[in-house]
Design a protein around this ligand. Structure first.
Ligand SMILES: [Cu+2]
Length: 147
């Protein structure tokens, strides 16, 4: 019995180590402009990640924040709520679509979409209607969402 238990313990340890090693950090810049005529932007605004990864929002310009779009956020994951004029970050706990907005510039289209693994909240994405000027940019993000 003993060698078997040891073997399974080793397997668990190895699995954990592999998980920790593969978790990546991603960075999204919060900016007034992309330098190409697009204003109030997350850069990049579309990102594919894996569950376990960390996404960091780095404030380059002031008067922005990064927070969850509540309608596009996997159930059971604490919604991101970055403060104005601060960096923010969250750990992608589950597979899914994660919608991000800047609070003051939401209707101007300051949005981002993060896709983690094989999303389980497709129905949220399908039901979501981006407000005002965000619709055009959100549609552009959806076009990038290819398997
Ligand atoms: Cu903003």
């Amino acid at each position: 019995m003993r060698p078997l238990r040891l073997a399974s313990l080793l397997a668990v340890t190895l699995t954990c180590a592999a998980g920790a090693a593969s978790a990546a950090d991603h960075e999204i810049k919060i900016k007034n402009s992309n330098g190409k005529g697009k204003f109030m932007v997350f850069e990049p605004d579309f990102l594919k990640v894996e569950p376990g990864d960390t996404v960091k929002f780095v404030l380059v310009d002031k008067n922005h924040n990064a927070e969850a779009i509540a309608d596009v956020w996997p159930e059971g994951v604490e919604p991101l709520k970055g403060e104005m004029n601060h960096d923010a970050e969250f750990v992608v706990e589950k597979p899914g679509y994660y919608g991000i907005k800047c609070h003051p510039h939401y209707t101007m289209g300051m949005v981002a979409l993060i896709v983690a693994g094989k999303p389980e909240n497709q129905s949220q994405l399908d039901a979501y209607k981006a407000p005002g000027g965000a619709k055009k940019r959100w549609d552009e993000l959806l076009k990038q969402n290819t398997p």
